[in-house]
Design a protein around this ligand. Structure first.
Ligand SMILES: *[C@@H]1O[C@H](CO)[C@@H](O)[C@H](O)[C@H]1NC(C)=O
Ligand SMILES: *[C@@H]1O[C@H](CO)[C@@H](O)[C@H](O)[C@H]1NC(C)=O
Ligand SMILES: *[C@@H]1O[C@H](CO)[C@@H](O)[C@H](O)[C@H]1NC(C)=O
Ligand SMILES: *[C@@H]1O[C@H](CO)[C@@H](O)[C@H](O)[C@H]1NC(C)=O
Length: 296
């Protein structure tokens, strides 16, 4: 009874405080408050991530790879390229979203093996995640999709080309139909999706050297909800290719550039194989530029 009354009084005083704010600032302050909520960590989501969708790094266990002697596991040499920009930096950190099985086409595995980096591997597909757990990566594993909301989403599992159903372009789905032995109906699953901000808060990461987004359609939705100025993310690699649709591919790249460059923190650096765009934080870029123009 007492608790109820005091919480009601608190509510009343919060309400009074808010109306004073509205009177004082007009509608504008409320709008900024709503916009800011997009970037506010959600403790329930964080709890869910840590208690249900999380596996610890396999420290102390040997990697269990199919090809243990490969140097670069990335699809088009992305790892080596990024390693050059970082000048062989050791002990860095990564977040790879769309981690697959953690070996095939992995952008981060090179850094784990050769540069002693650690990080977070996010993979939504159940088959991929089962394989990923067996690799004994020295990374936190999270079995979820990245999105702009904590929600259950329909996920189409299709090897390295799977993604959230509602964010996937028609041409990409068509491509999956043509290239995968199973059909879209039987491979659709309900998967938990989280926002980037809740994942990074859950794992307590302060600096991300290398963020990889390879999520087959959800890239823009995700980027729109990452507060790029609140975290230090040094290199962002985003897949922009929309399979079998040249026009949508170019529009998507433009949109990705708009979002990242509007922060004023990044340089649009390069595209790799007409698939991945690389953005580099300005300070990292200037260091790299100084090194590469230094006379021998
Ligand atoms: C990386 O971490 C290891 C182990 O903590 C340490 O011995 C090494 O000096 C570090 N390397 C750099 C370049 O900081
Ligand atoms: C290593 O991976 C293989 C599949 O590639 C699996 O059969 C085996 O159980 C894994 N070993 C461990 C210790 O997880
Ligand atoms: C897809 O697979 C499901 C389950 O096996 C089956 O019922 C359905 O007829 C298949 N659809 C097509 C278009 O082949
Ligand atoms: C999430 O993304 C979808 C599609 O891109 C959009 O319609 C929706 O408004 C977004 N929601 C939030 C909370 O940003």
């Amino acid at each position: 009874m007492i608790v109820y009354r005091s919480s009601k009084r608190q509510l009343l005083s919060v309400g009074a405080f808010l109306s004073i704010l509205v009177i004082y600032y007009g509608g504008k302050s409320i709008l900024t408050t709503i916009q800011r909520n997009k970037y506010r960590p959600d403790s329930l989501a964080i709890h869910l991530i840590l208690n249900k969708y999380f596996h610890k790094p396999a420290f102390g266990l040997p990697l269990n790879l199919t090809n243990p002697y490969k140097y670069d596991y990335s699809e088009y040499g992305q790892s080596i390229y990024v390693d050059e920009i970082f000048d062989g930096k050791e002990n860095g950190t990564y977040i790879e979203c769309g981690a697959g099985d953690g070996e095939t086409y992995s952008n981060s595995l090179f850094f784990e093996i050769r540069r002693k980096w650690t990080g977070v591997l996010i993979e939504a597909g159940r088959k991929n995640y089962d394989l990923l757990k067996m690799k004994k990566r020295k990374a936190i594993l999270i079995n979820a999709a990245l999105g702009n909301k904590t929600e259950l989403v329909k996920f189409i599992e299709a090897g390295f080309t799977g993604g959230i159903d509602k964010n996937m372009e028609k041409s990409h789905k068509k491509w999956i139909f043509q290239n995968f032995p199973y059909n879209l109906t039987n491979s659709k699953q309900l998967i938990q999706s989280f926002r980037f901000i809740d994942i990074i808060e859950a794992v307590g990461m302060k600096v991300v050297d290398y963020l990889i987004l390879d999520v087959e359609g959800s890239e823009i939705t995700i980027l729109e909800t990452i507060p790029l100025s609140l975290y230090v993310i040094n290199i962002i690699q985003v897949e922009f290719l929309v399979k079998m649709d040249v026009e949508k591919t170019s529009r998507k790249l433009d949109k990705i550039k708009d979002i990242i460059l509007s922060t004023n923190l990044y340089i649009y650096f390069d595209i790799i194989k007409n698939t991945d765009a690389l953005f580099i934080r300005k300070d990292i870029f200037y260091d790299f530029e100084k090194r590469s123009t230094k006379p021998l």
